[in-house]
Design a protein around this ligand. Structure first.
Ligand code: MG
Ligand code: ZN
Length: 224
């Protein structure tokens, strides 16, 4: 009886700051995307492959969430992308206060699209609102087609799903129909993009969707 109210209090404090983050993003005219996946699915690769295909003039910034280190942020910076690294110090997810601390370093320079690479983890990352407009869940074929069945909460929370490493699906006996059925069991409408960051196949449709989301008038009505 004592633990549940405490958990609710922590979550609502996070939600309040997530709402502040959303307001800051909206004031800046930036679309925030919470990029979630297990370690190694290809979050960083997807961000890099996406940036190479964004229309000229669309201003991108990235927040890199990691338990430790700055390998991915260094990669982004080397590609000329404005980036802030957040180290969670062992924490398994980003939370709204962490994102709030990064926004003043990025938004004043002008941002149309903010990609927030969460800590690699398919369990709790979706439970902590960051203020992003879009929850993106990235799966990959080596992980197996059973992931939506084993981590339904993540896929239920997705506004959009990307399946990466499509080029090696056969090597891993990946069953695309089973994966898509698993997503649809918990999420009837999130678009599913099947692509490969390595070969570039399928990336164009994903980037088109993302750019359209950036320009969508209605995105500000999406609840935090
Ligand atoms: Mg990464
Ligand atoms: Zn966590």
């Amino acid at each position: 009886m004592t633990t549940l109210p405490v958990v609710q209090k922590i979550l609502s404090a996070n939600d309040a700051i997530a709402a502040e983050n959303r307001a800051a993003l909206d004031a800046a005219g930036a679309l925030g995307v919470n990029v979630m996946a297990s370690p190694g699915a290809g979050k960083t690769s997807l961000i890099l492959a996406t940036t190479q295909r964004l229309p000229a003039g669309l201003r991108l910034a990235v927040i890199e969430g990691d338990v430790a280190g700055s390998i991915d942020a260094d990669t982004m910076a080397a590609a000329g992308i404005p980036v802030v690294q957040i180290n969670t110090g062992g924490g398994c997810h980003l939370d709204a206060p962490m994102v709030r601390s990064a926004l003043p370093h990025l938004l004043p320079a002008g941002v149309d699209l903010l990609l927030i690479e969460n800590v690699g983890n398919l369990i709790c990352t979706a439970e902590f609102a960051l203020g992003a407009h879009v929850n993106l869940v990235v799966g990959s074929t080596p992980e197996g087609h059973d992931k939506p069945y084993k981590y339904p909460g993540m896929f239920a929370a997705a506004d959009v799903v990307v399946l990466n490493k499509a080029d090696v699906a056969a090597v891993f006996d990946f069953d695309l129909d089973a994966f898509q059925r698993g997503v649809r069991m918990v999420n009837p409408q999130a678009p599913i993009f099947v692509l490969s960051c390595r070969t570039g196949e399928g990336l164009e449709a994903w980037v088109d969707w993302l750019v359209a989301a950036c320009h969508a008038e209605g995105r500000r009505s999406i609840p935090v």
